[in-house]
Design a protein. Structure first.
Ligand SMILES: NC(=O)c1ccc[n+]([C@@H]2O[C@H](COP(=O)([O-])OP(=O)(O)OC[C@H]3O[C@@H](n4cnc5c(N)ncnc54)[C@H](OP(=O)(O)O)[C@@H]3O)[C@@H](O)[C@H]2O)c1
Length: 314
């Protein structure tokens, strides 16, 4: 049974534990909610990453206000754009430098690359820009910071995005789904396929990370529907708008309410016992299986090599 995350955190404190947390996409929405809760619990160092410096600096002020005095919180904003491989490598390198010898305890990635449907744009590498932010950049930061020794032993890496869907006919040679787009798909159809593709790539990359680097833990979470500051379902096509609108009414949370779930995994001493060894969870921490494509080790191996090539790691 899924744990009551908010109750589970009631007596948790990170004061005195010298934890360094990085929240990518922490200037807004779910990421900012996670950063606020970590500050409230006494996390001593929080680095947030995003493009918008004004919003980033405003979040840092809020974190300082929320932190218990005895945590002596140190906060930092790192400006970076994760929409292409150059930006991803620059952010990874800035984070490695900023974390320094202390290393990274928690790497939380919440950068928003919602599928663009028929409005898909391409980045400097020739890939779907939204896909680059949503999926490639999560692989890039996790992989680069893992292999460069940026993580402390037992560090937790976490993606909050899409989880559990499968695009069963995904080809690693067409991750941007250009062939499908060229066939003139419906707006709803391509949006759904892009969302399934993001989830398939994230699930597969995170499963490989867990298998290849068992000294760390790589979690992937689907947040459900979270009413963030800029939540805008008008950008979604067709009937998906209606599903989102209804979904928000029925299961919608705020970023601060939702933050309890990822932070429970990060900070609760009971998390391991209550959640077991699973790494993939739905919006209330029910374990979710990998999709069909991601369960095939051959698919994952091919994707792993392709993602490394995309980020210039061959
Ligand atoms: N909210 C939901 O209901 C919901 C549902 C399902 C899945 N998700 C997924 O959960 C994740 C978080 O969503 P959210 O609703 O919290 O998003 P959000 O409110 O739009 O916040 C997104 C964050 O990502 C950063 N970001 C966007 N593009 C970036 C880029 N190119 N480089 C660096 N940072 C970038 C933004 O910062 P700057 O603007 O400062 O760059 C911001 O901090 C996303 O992957 C989203 O697709 C959300």
């Amino acid at each position: 049974m899924a744990p009551d995350a908010a109750a589970g955190l009631r007596n948790v404190s990170l004061v005195g534990q010298n934890k360094t947390a990085i929240v990518v996409g922490g200037t807004l929405g779910i990421g900012a909610g996670v950063a606020r809760l970590l500050a409230r619990l006494g996390c001593s160092r929080i680095i947030i990453v995003g493009r918008n410096e004004t919003r980033g600096k405003a979040v840092l002020e809020v974190l300082k206000e929320l932190a218990p005095k005895e945590s002596r919180i140190v906060v930092e904003f790192i400006k970076g754009d994760l929409s292409d491989s150059k930006g991803m490598r620059e952010v990874a390198s800035s984070l490695q430098k900023a974390a320094g010898d202390a290393g990274i305890d928690y790497l939380i990635m919440s950068q928003n690359g919602t599928p663009a449907g028929l409005n898909t744009k391409y980045n400097a590498d020739g890939h779907d820009t939204a896909f680059a932010v949503q999926a490639i950049s999560r692989f890039a930061l996790a992989y680069l910071l893992t292999t460069s020794g940026g993580l402390v032993p037992n560090a937790i890496v976490m993606s909050i995005a899409n989880q559990g869907q499968s695009l069963d006919d995904l080809s690693v040679d067409d991750l941007s789904l250009k062939t499908r787009l060229a066939k003139g798909p419906s707006a709803t159809g391509i949006f759904i396929n892009q969302s399934q593709r993001d989830s398939t790539v994230l699930d597969s990359a995170f499963e490989e990370l867990n298998l290849r680097y068992p000294q760390y833990q790589y979690f992937s979470l689907w947040p459900g529907l979270v009413k963030t500051e800029e939540f805008n379902f008008s950008i979604t096509p067709g009937y998906i708008k209606v599903i989102m609108w209804l979904g928000l009414k029925i299961i919608g949370t705020t970023p601060d309410q939702y933050a309890n779930f990822p932070v429970y995994i990060l900070a609760s001493p009971d998390a391991q016992r209550t959640l077991g060894s699973g790494k993939y969870f739905d919006r209330v921490l029910n374990p979710t299986p990998l999709g069909k494509w991601s369960r095939d080790p051959k698919n994952r191996q091919a994707l792993w090599e392709k993602l490394k090539e995309i980020i210039g790691e061959q």
